[in-house]
Write a protein that binds this ligand. Structure first.
Ligand code: G1P
Length: 299
């Protein structure tokens, strides 16, 4: 079945990047000069998604404002005759149909997805997590998962091999039969296992295609890892009833969930931009001098 809708959970408190996120949603923190959530929405649109449901919480109004019309800004740019920026505004404000719903209390990723139940309805849908950026200019990561769903049905999670000691940061996949070199049936799913208990080094990355059966499964899911209702546990409950695939996507994955990964991802995204890269490269070429001075100060 064709996938038209996607859910972006954006209700998290962003405590790992405080104080930046005290009053600003972490999804609005820019990578180079663009809010993180805009990249995520652009990936969904490039994948063929027509309607995006964003699950927010009390402090996240700036997300809604970012994609809304801005007549004052438009008038100011018109007065200046800045057609390039006007086109940019137009693109942001008419990108895709957006709906917003709230998660009243932070009860976990699975619970956040459940908040989108009525807006999604009875059809398969995509999920994109804002902390994971995946770059593939030809075939976006979500599109790759949609293609697997359109061929084989069932649910599909994006997967990537990670160093064994890092598996406890992720959902972990126990593999069944391989369907293609990159697509495998899932036998079991475990949220953030200890490395010694992990059945593989294959981690779940924040892109999913889910069937609407997930809502019923999530309604029955008890709090798991971290005392939260985990999406991984909901998907695991579906394994008895339908096929669930792990797809080792093609593309480069960047994390933004903690200060170091946020900074390095921002740098990587600036380096991909022809208008920003030369200045950033010039700065980096001289950085070793500054770095040794900064380290001197620490001694
Ligand atoms: C979430 C999911 C986890 C997944 C990860 C990918 O965890 O619960 O299964 O591996 O995203 O980034 P979080 O990073 O929100 O704790």
């Amino acid at each position: 079945m064709k996938i038209r809708k996607a859910v972006i959970p954006a209700a998290g408190l962003g405590t790992r990047v405080l104080p930046a996120t005290k009053a600003i949603p972490k999804e609005m923190l820019p990578l180079a000069d663009k809010p993180t959530i805009q990249y995520i929405i652009e990936e969904a649109v490039a994948s063929g998604i027509e309607h995006i449901i964003i699950v927010t919480s009390r402090t996240k109004r700036a997300i809604e404002d970012h994609f809304d019309e801005t007549p004052e800004l438009r008038a100011a740019l018109e007065r200046k005759g800045d057609h390039k920026k006007l086109e940019m505004l137009e693109r942001i404000e008419s990108m895709v149909q957006l709906s917003f719903t709230r998660q009243p209390t932070p009860r976990g990723l699975g619970h956040a997805i459940l908040m989108a139940k009525d807006l999604v309805g009875d059809e398969p849908f995509g999920v994109l997590l804002g902390d994971d950026l995946v770059v593939n200019d030809e075939r976006p990561c979500l599109r790759q998962l949609m293609d697997v769903h359109e061929t084989y049905g069932g649910c599909v999670v994006a997967a990537m091999r990670v160093p064994h000691e890092q598996i406890s940061l992720y959902g972990n996949v126990a593999l069944g039969k391989s369907i293609t070199p990159r697509t495998h049936r899932i036998r079991d799913l475990i949220e953030k296992p200890k490395p010694e208990a992990a059945p593989s080094d294959l981690a779940v990355i924040g892109r999913y295609v889910l069937t609407p059966d997930i809502f019923d499964a999530l309604e029955r899911t008890e709090p798991g890892s971290g005392g939260e209702i985990q999406l991984t546990d909901g998907i695991c409950a579906l394994l008895e009833r339908q096929q669930v695939f792990a797809h080792e996507f093609e593309g480069t994955r960047y994390d933004t969930g903690d200060p170091v990964s946020y900074l390095t991802t921002s740098l990587a995204f600036a380096l991909r931009r022809p208008d920003l890269a030369p200045g950033v490269i010039a700065f980096l070429k001289n950085l070793h001098l500054d770095e040794s001075r900064a380290l001197d100060k620490l001694d």
